[in-house]
Design a protein around this ligand. Structure first.
Ligand SMILES: Nc1ncnc2c1ncn2[C@@H]1O[C@H](COP(=O)(O)OP(=O)(O)OP(=O)(O)O)[C@@H](O)[C@H]1O
Ligand SMILES: [Mg+2]
Length: 224
C-alpha cells in the first residue's frame, strides 16, 4: 500500500511541486496519475521510491514510513519497486539483454539461468529479436520497451511507470498496457503517469489528477 498524508514538496527557491497531497493506493490497484506538464507527476513518483523526501507530511510504502527509513534500508525498499523512468535511464553502451539483466537483483546468476527469465519478458515487450543490440542504436520506442522489461524483471510489488507509452505507436502502447495489467493479476500495484487520453479511455481505471501540485480529482473516470 502507498499512503500520502498532507504531503508537500518544495524545491530550492521555494517552488511548491506538490501541495497537501492525501492519497491512498491499495495493493493490486491500477492508478493513472494525470495532469499537465509540470503538474508534479514525476515528483509524486520519485517520492514513492525514496528518490526524494517530502518537505512536509508522511509517506508510507508497504508499511514503512519513508521519513523514518534509514539510508541503508532504501535498497530493500527499491527491490520491491520497479521503475520505468520517463527518460529510460538505460546504459547506452550495453546490450538490451545486459540492461535487463541489471534489473535482476541476483547478480551472480548464471547467464543461462538469467536467459530463462529475461527471454520471455523480452518477447512480451517485443524486443526479443533485438536482444543483442546495443541500446544506443535503438529507437526511442525500443528503448522504452527495454526500460519496461528492466523494471519488471524482478516481479516488483509496486510498478511506477512514468509515461511508459510516451514514445510508442498505438499497437506497442496497447501491448505495454497489457503487460502492465497482467502484473495487476499477480497482485502488483501499478502507478502510471500518462498524458495518453486514448489509452485511459480504452483501459479505464482510477485517475488521480494533479494541477500545480494539488490533487484536483481522484476517482474512477469511467465505470468499469
Ligand atoms: N529538482 C527540482 N528543482 C526545482 N524544481 C523542480 C525540480 N524537479 C521538478 N521541479 C519542478 O516541479 C514541477 C513539477 O515537475 P514534475 O517533473 O513532477 O512534472 P510532471 O508532471 O512530471 O511534468 P511532465 O508531464 O512534463 O513530465 C515543475 O514545475 C518542475 O520544474
Ligand atoms: Mg514527468
Amino acid at each position: 500500500m502507498v499512503k500520502f498524508v498532507n504531503v508537500g514538496v518544495s524545491f530550492t527557491g521555494g517552488y511548491q511541486a506538490l501541495n497537501n497531497v492525501n492519497i491512498e493506493i491499495k495493493s493490486g490497484e491500477f492508478v493513472y496519475i494525470i495532469g499537465k506538464s509540470g503538474a508534479g507527476k514525476s515528483t509524486f513518483l520519485r517520492l514513492i521510491y525514496a528518490d526524494l523526501l517530502p518537505t512536509r507530511g508522511v509517506i508510507s510504502v508497504e508499511g514503512r514510513d519513508l521519513n523514518l527509513m534509514k539510508r541503508i534500508e532504501v535498497p530493500f525498499l527499491r527491490r520491491q519497486i520497479g521503475v520505468i523512468f520517463q527518460d529510460y535511464k538505460l546504459l547506452e553502451n550495453l546490450s538490451v539483454f545486459d540492461n535487463v539483466k541489471l534489473g535482476l537483483d541476483i547478480f551472480y546468476m548464471k547467464r543461462t539461468q538469467a536467459k530463462e527469465r529475461i527471454w520471455p519478458l523480452l518477447k512480451r515487450v517485443g524486443m526479443f529479436e533485438k536482444r543483442d543490440d546495443i541500446v544506443k542504436n535503438l529507437s526511442g520506442g525500443e528503448k522504452q520497451r527495454v526500460a519496461v522489461a528492466r523494471a519488471l524483471i524482478n516481479d516488483p510489488k509496486i510498478i511506477l511507470a512514468d509515461e511508459p507509452t510516451g514514445n510508442l505507436d498505438m499497437e506497442n502502447a496497447e501491448n505495454i498496457m497489457t503487460v502492465l495489467r497482467e502484473c495487476i493479476a499477480t497482485g502488483a500495484t501499478v502507478i502510471m503517469a500518462t498524458h495518453d487520453k486514448l489509452l485511459r479511455e480504452k483501459y479505464p481505471s482510477r485517475e488521480i489528477e494533479l494541477e500545480k501540485g494539488k490533487v484536483i480529482k481522484d476517482g474512477a473516470a469511467y465505470e468499469l
